[in-house]
Design a protein around this ligand. Structure first.
Ligand SMILES: [Zn+2]
Ligand SMILES: [Zn+2]
Length: 368
């Protein structure tokens, strides 16, 4: 038995997505069939489209899916048909990092995110008997239905607008989690956010919920900097018009305590590293092209400086998404104001609008 789905297929790298009908398997033991209501688009989808993340083609991308449980496989007990769910990051549940509470750094993360199918090599999607690569981030949610592991699902509260939940699975959680889980700015500390797109704005919204006294947004677009101010930045810098590191020194009277790099642009990575001083921490979360390398000044790095990388906001999908939804309901984390809906068939336009900066966070609505 298979389910007919409409999905956006990536046939080859560097080509546009096209919509096609595919067959999706029924859920196996431990798996859940989710009727996708909407899926966010994250820059990682664009990285995979251009082979900067090695997901095999032909395949279906999409890793910010939210929807309704349609059917469950054998042994699934934590969700039932009809439950609203967000599909979080997959994790093996058995390796050293998974069992010590760090599933974002699961030893099997590479194959789980981008292996192109289940861990046993099978795919859940096919086209007239031909294998189509699936399980991108354990979901492949640019599709009307997706198969995900029970362990990656996060149940949403009853009555919530499911179409707004997908971006909490990756981009929004990454920005907010970098602040809440990795940097944890204390009272009176200073934080710089490089890149005020959706991820950076989520970080700024999170920082507003901390004791940070100076929250500095850096970008090249004035319109985005206006949004940064609206959502909690106390200062903004247009890096196209000045040297941001010098400007930060003026604003803080010294180096900043924390810098968050959301652009993946190597020149900006260096600026972020140079923005923090003694005992400062720089957190890198922007996705750079495959093979990119960065440099740092050796002497000033010895000053107790920490350069850390971070994936997916750390913690667990369940904890992050539940926490952010509560803040959202209280008006303290208005991430949903950044979302712009597109129908699935406009996927290429949606991605282009995200890259041009015209749209902060595109969300694809599935045709049902
Ligand atoms: Zn693991
Ligand atoms: Zn993502």
């Amino acid at each position: 038995m298979t389910v007919r789905v409409t999905a956006a297929v990536l046939e080859n790298y560097d080509t546009p997505f096209h919509l096609e009908e595919l067959e999706l398997e029924e859920p196996q033991a431990g798996e859940v069939l989710v009727k996708i209501i909407a899926s966010g688009i994250c820059h990682t989808d664009g990285l995979a489209q251009h082979a900067d993340l090695p997901f095999p083609t032909p395949g279906v991308l999409g890793h910010e899916g939210a929807g309704i449980v349609e059917r469950v496989g054998e042994g699934v007990t934590s969700v039932l048909p009809g439950d609203a769910v967000v599909i979080g990051w997959p994790w093996c549940g058995e390796c050293e990092h998974c069992i010590t509470g760090n599933p974002r750094y699961c030893d099997q993360l590479g194959p789980l995110l981008a292996g192109g199918g289940r861990m046993n090599g099978t795919t859940s999607l096919s086209r007239n008997g031909q294998k189509i690569h699936s399980h991108f981030f354990g979901q492949s949610s640019f599709s009307t239905y997706a198969i995900a592991n029970e362990s990656s699902l996060v149940k949403a509260p009853k009555g919530i607008a499911v179409e707004k939940l997908g971006p909490l699975a990756c981009g929004i959680s990454t920005g907010a989690g970098a602040v809440f889980n990795a940097l944890r700015p204390g009272l009176g500390s200073t934080l710089v956010v490089y890149g005020t797109g959706a991820v950076g704005l989520a970080a700024i919204m999170a920082a507003k919920n901390t004791g940070a006294s100076k929250i500095i947004g850096v970008d090249l677009h004035d319109a985005r900097l206006e949004l940064a101010k609206k959502y909690g930045a106390t200062h903004v810098i247009n890096a196209g018009r000045c040297n941001p590191v010098e400007e930060i020194m003026k604003i803080c009277g010294r180096h900043a305590d924390f810098a968050l790099e959301c652009t993946g642009n190597i020149k900006v990575v260096r600026q972020a590293i140079d923005s923090v001083g003694m005992l400062g921490t720089v957190c890198l979360i922007g996705g750079a092209p495959a093979g990119a390398e960065f440099t740092a000044d050796h002497l000033t790095t010895l000053w107790g400086k920490r350069i850390i990388g971070m994936l997916g906001g750390e913690s667990t999908s369940k904890k992050l998404i539940a926490g952010l939804l509560e803040l959202n309901a209280q008006g303290r984390f208005p991430y949903d104001e950044l979302l712009v809906e597109f129908p699935l068939e406009k996927i290429n336009e949606a991605l282009a609008a995200s890259y041009s900066g015209e749209v902060l966070k595109p969300v694809l609505r599935m045709p049902h």
